[in-house]
Design a protein around this ligand. Sequence first.
Ligand code: MGD
Ligand code: MGD
Ligand code: SF4
Ligand code: MO
Length: 734
Amino acid sequence: MNKQIVSRRTFLTGSAATAALMASGMVTLSSWLSSSAHAEGTGYETVATTCNACTNKCGVIAYVKDGRLWKLKGNEAHPYSKGTLCARGHGYSQIAYSADRLTEPLKRNEDGSYSAISWEEAYREIGEKVKAILAKDGPEALAIVEDPRPNGKYYSKRFINALGSSNYYTHNATCNLSLSSGYQMTFGSANFSADIASSKLVVFIGRSYGDGLRPSSVATLAKAVKNGTKVVLVDPRLNNSGVFASQWLPINPGTDLALLLAIAHVLVAEELYDKDFVAKQTTGFDEWAAELTKYTPEWAETLTGISAETITNLAKELGAAGSKGVIEQGWRGAFGCQYRNSFNAARAVAAVNALLGNWNKKGGALITSTPKAEALDEEKFPAVPKGPQKLGIAEYPLQNQDNGTNLIVVKKADEGTLKGVFFYNSNAAKAYANPQAWQDALAKMDLKVCIDVQMSETAHLCDYVLPECSYLEREEVPDFLGGKQGCVAGRFQALEKIHPETKTSDAIYAELAEACGVGAYFKFSCEELSRAQLKSVGVSYDELKEKGVVDIGEPFAYDKVPKWKTPSEKFEFVSQKIAETKGLKLYEPLIKWVEPKVSPDPGKGEFRLIGGKQSIHSHTMTTSVEALMSITREYALERAWINAGKAAELGIEDGDEIEVSNELFTGIVRAHVTERLNPTAIWIPTHYGGSSPELTQGFGVGIPHMEYVPFDIEPDVGSAMTHEALVTVRKVSS
Ligand SMILES: Nc1nc2c(c(=O)[nH]1)N[C@H]1C(S)=C(S)[C@@H](COP(=O)(O)OP(=O)(O)OC[C@H]3O[C@@H](n4cnc5c(=O)[nH]c(N)nc54)[C@H](O)[C@@H]3O)O[C@H]1N2
Ligand SMILES: Nc1nc2c(c(=O)[nH]1)N[C@H]1C(S)=C(S)[C@@H](COP(=O)(O)OP(=O)(O)OC[C@H]3O[C@@H](n4cnc5c(=O)[nH]c(N)nc54)[C@H](O)[C@@H]3O)O[C@H]1N2
Ligand code: SF4
Ligand SMILES: [Mo]
């Protein structure tokens, strides 16, 4: 299936630096740096572009000679890389030359195998099926799911909207939907950023800069710690940010909300909160303060496993740090999407920061803005009419509506009302909820289309698989970024197309639109769109192409009263929107304790299955990369972590094979026996357990997290509750 035009061998001999790292994954840093240095100044063309190995999309300078990629460097000007790329950023560039890449459009046969099909045929057949669905079931029966990349944000949304549907969903229901929804409900924006560089005390709750990487965040944290910032980690597992921390609180997973409520209790009871801020900029304080009286540190101790004394001391330290103390914003680990109380945990994070009065203060919680393109010429870029309300909003009214909950696709397909779905840059059926639930739902649909670079598990469930060229072979629309300094980053083409039958996503969407009868909305090239968007914000396309990143607007100014985009235009300890929303199933206007959905019963040998990132992998997609998987193999990184005391009880020694099972799935994996884990949990790296045979590197290595997680949705909000799963463990062999 994968015609290999440039063999892996030729590529490796042709380029020593990034390729050497990519080939073995094990070159020494010094030999790699010296071969990299050798590449400087010897006639290489450099192209400023962006990485696609994770959501961060760091700025990259690609070194190219004779049409071959030589090496990558982090772009100094990009706020996320600041000159440094992580291992994934280097290793993932191998995708361009990977033997496992998709090279031509494919159509699924009755028996589940795939045959090549021409683009024209694929477009014609998809177009006919879309038109049939539109005629019979209407535009609401169509949806699109993606993990947004710059082109996706524009083209995926425009494509589904052009078909008359508003059913645009991102991956967020298994990333940070509860967090962004909870934040919107307290301070009116989807996120904030902790000003770590100037903080005295930072509390990380289920967020690890040392594992869930963004290079500049690690650098900022390291520098802050050197300058005296105290770091406390709240995590069932001592994660790899431990080197920066002076305290680790091995909390029982799913109980962070109790910890936060108890911290708030102490801050209020001991009058350690910012009274002026609370009086002037918040609503609902008195009501919440009354509720907080029951959440004593002693109450929280029984739930969290953290002593009342430790909780009280941490609260007092935060109170003493005042606006230079901060609970970091988190991302996925503890309250992004994991539990049946994640939405309230996110609200409680915001509320504790409000008690500290740290909003927009140096060392506190900053609400920064993101620049965006202004309205464009209507004739060239006609606005797409607004369709009916997005599916899922009625059922999950507290969700961040921009990105929606993709789990509604599973529900509505299962019910028979959703008939067609497109996936772009997304392994939804492996990664966004229980894979069997996705498989059963997709089997009921009339049309499934996947646009990818490799034969993902999701591609395996689709009728048509359309191959995009890799990120190094394409240009995309500008990526506008917020932060202390707003900016725009550009993805530009570093390599000529390697496989002639692959296409860029803008071309695929424009041609698909034409086949579906809505081509009129796509009569412009990607470059024309980029030029127009940039012009609207006063940035030159040529300057962006040269530098990769251009700043926009003024830097963030401290001490400005935030623009609270809530109904009351204040910070809301009691939510007005929740009070006004009818028919809620779980959450209330007050930030209250909510039990997680399940709790392990040690008497029955149960553990809670939790997971997290490893610094060398992204989600499921990089386990296809040879260089990165060779590191996994060398260090047996796929192992499941078990607490040493628990392992002794079960007769398990480090490196033993263990069976991890529940009612949904049973898998065998080696054990990593450690003191660094709360005894109620089993922790697994979430990248493994690949089940697509075409992805030869990752196939069958480790166990797949989502297979263990029952398909269920956080009430009112729509997240996947990915840590609400129990397992038992037994030794299989030494
Ligand atoms: N290497 C790497 N880096 C990445 C990514 C990647 O795939 N790989 N992806 C990027 C993306 S999209 C995201 S969302 C971020 C995610 O970034 P993070 O949210 O930092 O990532 P995780 O590793 O999922 O979770 C962090 C920690 O939460 C802990 N945790 C689990 N359950 C609980 C709990 O109940 N309470 C508490 N307090 N802690 C808990 C885990 O043990 C883990 O150490 O990473 C980004 N960066
Ligand atoms: N099991 C598991 N599930 C997870 C996570 C996890 O770590 N493990 N992480 C969660 C989080 S935090 C997030 S943000 C989401 C992430 O969700 P996804 O972004 O869907 O993550 P992946 O599972 O890595 O799948 C990415 C897909 O995009 C494809 N792809 C890569 N590059 C390109 C490209 O240039 N063009 C196109 N068209 N496709 C491309 C890959 O081949 C792969 O099939 O997953 C969530 N779910
Ligand atoms: S954090 Fe690493 S993988 Fe993600 S965009 Fe940056 S360099 Fe690429
Ligand atoms: Mo994520």
